[in-house]
Design a protein around this ligand. Structure first.
Ligand SMILES: Cc1cc2nc3c(=O)[nH]c(=O)nc-3n(C[C@H](O)[C@H](O)[C@H](O)COP(=O)(O)O)c2cc1C
Length: 205
């Protein structure tokens, strides 16, 4: 079994979202014993924005020659798509930034949602090429974005559903620790709720 974990918070492994994702990884490991080398870790904050060759290639009817494809963002994209294709499970640890995904996660999406590689354009629209597999999103937010007390929109959840469905990944499960800015007992309660949701999800598998 292999897990690809994407850590998207600028706070890295010390972040709330990474902490939450660890519960998902541990449950996956319990279900299907995992060896350390089978967890591929990507820090999305280390990914550079896509470059000019990549932008030209994606806006053209065909990819450029192998000399251009073998460098810069096109090469980086190949590697990221390969790590995604190889994974049995994908775990995305992400904070909410300005109602949606942080820019680091958007950069990863720009690298892996790639015409002629992970989706095709048909008369009916874009069709994903990757084999579907479970994707777990462990999200964290300073305020609430779900439930009756939410006072802000949530573009993170629908955006990730659409972006990943474009490449064929439709089996998304979302967990969240919301209201981290409240701290104290409210944060403890939010963490516990999320952990219970994760445990409940895996107990049904
Ligand atoms: C640039 C930026 C934008 C943010 N935007 C939001 C937001 O729109 N809604 C929200 O609830 N929290 C927002 N927050 C707060 C974070 O989501 C919150 O601190 C979260 O717990 C961080 O998770 P992490 O530790 O995984 O990075 C924002 C934080 C930053 C740094």
């Amino acid at each position: 079994m292999s897990i690809l974990r994407l850590t998207c918070s600028p706070r890295g492994v010390g972040s709330e979202s990474h902490r939450l994702s660890q519960f998902v990884v541990e449950h996956l490991a319990r279900h299907d014993p995992v060896r350390g080398r089978d967890i591929v870790e990507i820090d999305a904050n280390l990914l550079p924005h896509v470059d000019v060759d990549y932008a030209r290639a994606l806006g053209s009817p065909a990819d450029p020659g192998s000399d251009v494809c073998g460098r810069g963002s096109l090469r980086q994209s190949d590697q990221l798509i390969q790590s995604l294709s190889d994974a049995d499970y994908v775990v995305i640890a992400t904070p909410m930034h300005n109602y949606t995904v942080p820019s680091a996660l958007k950069v990863w999406i720009d690298h892996v949602v790639r015409v002629r590689s992970t989706f095709s354009v048909t008369r009916e629209g874009k069709v994903g090429v990757l084999a579907d597999r479970p994707v777990f999103v462990a999200a964290s937010s300073g305020g609430l974005f779900s439930g009756p007390d939410a006072r802000q929109p949530d573009f993170l959840t629908p955006y990730l559903k659409v972006a990943l469905a474009t490449i064929g990944l439709k089996r998304l499960t979302f967990f969240s620790v919301e209201g981290t800015a409240m701290g104290g007992q409210a944060l403890d309660a939010a963490r516990l709720r999320a952990q219970e949701q994760i445990a409940g999800h895996f107990s049904q598998q």
